[in-house]
Write a protein that binds this ligand. Structure first.
Ligand SMILES: [Zn+2]
Length: 305
């Protein structure tokens, strides 16, 4: 079984307009690096069309085609920082977690909330107890911190239900900041809640080495390699060496992730090639009779069941 521990669903009404614009700018940058020029407005329309999957059906088709059995779908909440999306954060949770429920054997939803929201605790309890969310996603890329009292209160709600918490670490969209999303902050949070299983989103990208060189990383902290597609494109050998080091330092604690659709734009060829990269890597690293937990970690299949 292959478990993708870090993915999303996109519909324009679920995200602030600034997010779609930022993703479009990033896409245009990529095209320019390939020598192709496009206007900002046409890129935005194209991006929105490629990413949109308001029912989960496109995602399920991709998963079937590439061979991903389960995907964790993370809700993102940037409304306070970037301007609210067309739908309220309550409606967004109802719709995204509703899709996860309708494909409950394939999609597992995690709630996502900005801890500064006055109704953050009520929202979270509702998503866990009524909508079936199986974990919490924190994206500390706005003006709040992982050591804020409000953040600890939000984590407590997940902790009381023995649910995992996935925290974005490292660089992010150009309209947000990574100042509060650094490895040290997550290490401190994981130490403050030793009973909670934490996942460092993207393993911090290039900041993975900060985790790797820190002897204080607690046992309850895991890592995902979603978004590492870009590291692979830039330097395939370097990315594999980094992953190999991470696996040696944290055996059994590094997990496959895609960050779909934001890295793949829902293109089957991109989705398939990223998974193949990791399947091939695992075979090279561990041999045919693999005991690796990279592609499916029993810690999470158990936590999510
Ligand atoms: Zn993500």
């Amino acid at each position: 079984m292959i478990l993708d521990i870090h993915a999303h669903l996109y519909h324009p009404s679920w995200y602030p307009a600034a997010v779609t614009q930022s993703i479009a700018r990033d896409y245009a940058r990529r095209l320019r690096s390939l020598g192709r020029h496009v206007s900002a407005s046409s890129t935005e329309t194209l991006i929105s069309r490629l990413l949109t999957d308001g029912t989960g059906k496109a995602t399920l088709t991709i998963m079937d085609k590439v061979g991903i059995e389960k995907r964790i779908i993370l809700v993102l909440d940037w409304g306070l920082e970037l301007g609210e999306a067309e739908k309220s954060i309550w409606e967004i949770h109802r719709e995204i977690l509703g899709i996860c429920t309708s494909f409950r054997d394939r999609l597992v939803g995690f709630a996502g909330v900005d801890p500064r929201r006055s109704d953050a605790l009520a929202l979270l309890k509702w998503t866990f107890d009524d909508l079936g969310a199986r974990g919490l996603k924190l994206h500390p890329t706005s003006r709040w911190r992982l050591d804020d009292q409000e953040t600890h209160r939000v984590v407590e709600v997940a902790a009381n239900r023995h649910l995992p918490v996935l925290v974005h670490v490292g660089r992010t969209l150009d309209c947000l900041s990574d100042a509060n999303a650094q490895p040290q902050a997550l290490i401190a949070l994981a130490k403050a809640f030793p009973g909670v299983t934490f996942i460092a989103g993207h393993s911090g990208f290039e900041a993975w080495s900060t985790f790797a060189s820190n002897p204080e990383v607690p046992r309850n902290l895991y890592f995902d390699i979603s978004g590492w597609q870009e590291l692979f494109f830039r330097n395939a050998a370097g990315m594999k060496a980094a992953l190999s080091s991470l696996l040696k330092i944290f055996p059994g604690r590094v997990c496959f992730g895609s960050d779909s659709p934001f890295c793949s734009y829902n293109l089957i060829v991109s989705e398939a090639s990223w998974l193949k990269t990791i399947v091939d890597f695992e075979r090279e690293e561990f041999g045919e009779t693999s005991a690796s937990t990279l592609l499916c970690n029993p810690v999470f299949t158990e936590l999510l069941s």
